[in-house]
Write a protein that binds this ligand. Structure first.
Ligand SMILES: [Zn+2]
Length: 166
């Protein structure tokens, strides 16, 4: 059993994560203020599903990619540019949807800085027996997602009451 979600590998190039990053860029600008996350699902070396963040309230990247993927995913690998969400916000938890799909490995570029997630999504996947790799093309993902993760709309400020509805 590996430790928390913040343990990272420093892998700077991966052809499938590169595809996930390019898929994520397609989310802009409609996804704002949500971050432009991209996801691809790979089976036997081929991309069988792609997804990116839909406008607020719509499916996240992982859900789109899972919906596009047919058949048994037991030997499939999901690549996603941001840690899957562990909580039910405007949409159901992506981590739970991934667990339900029974795929074997998830590769994540960056840990979600949102305090409601921040490693919880990764821990949830690992607790379900899914192998999770973290930090793959992290630098590139930060360039793409950093500006959006730091938008004031994405900051949770519990002391000010109300907060955003997610
Ligand atoms: Zn999600």
């Amino acid at each position: 059993m590996r430790g928390g979600g913040n343990q990272r590998e420093a892998v700077s190039a991966d052809p499938y994560m590169l595809q996930a990053l390019s898929e994520g860029r397609r989310a802009l600008p409609a996804c704002l203020p949500n971050p432009p996350v991209g996801c691809v699902i790979v089976q036997s070396g081929a991309i069988i599903g792609r997804g990116h963040t839909q406008p607020p309230g719509g499916p996240h990247a992982e859900i789109g990619a899972l919906a596009a993927s047919q058949g048994d995913l037991a030997d499939a690998i999901l690549y996603v540019t941001l840690e899957p969400c562990s909580f039910h916000g405007r949409t159901p938890s992506c981590a739970e949807a991934i667990i339900a799909s029974r795929l074997r490995q998830v590769v994540v570029a960056i840990v979600d800085p949102d305090p409601r997630n921040n490693g919880a999504g990764i821990n949830k996947l690992r607790s379900a027996g899914i192998d999770v790799r973290v930090g793959i093309m992290e630098g590139e993902a930060r360039t793409d997602l950093g500006p959006y993760l730091n938008l004031p709309a994405n900051k949770v400020e519990p002391t000010r009451g109300g907060g955003r509805g997610e």
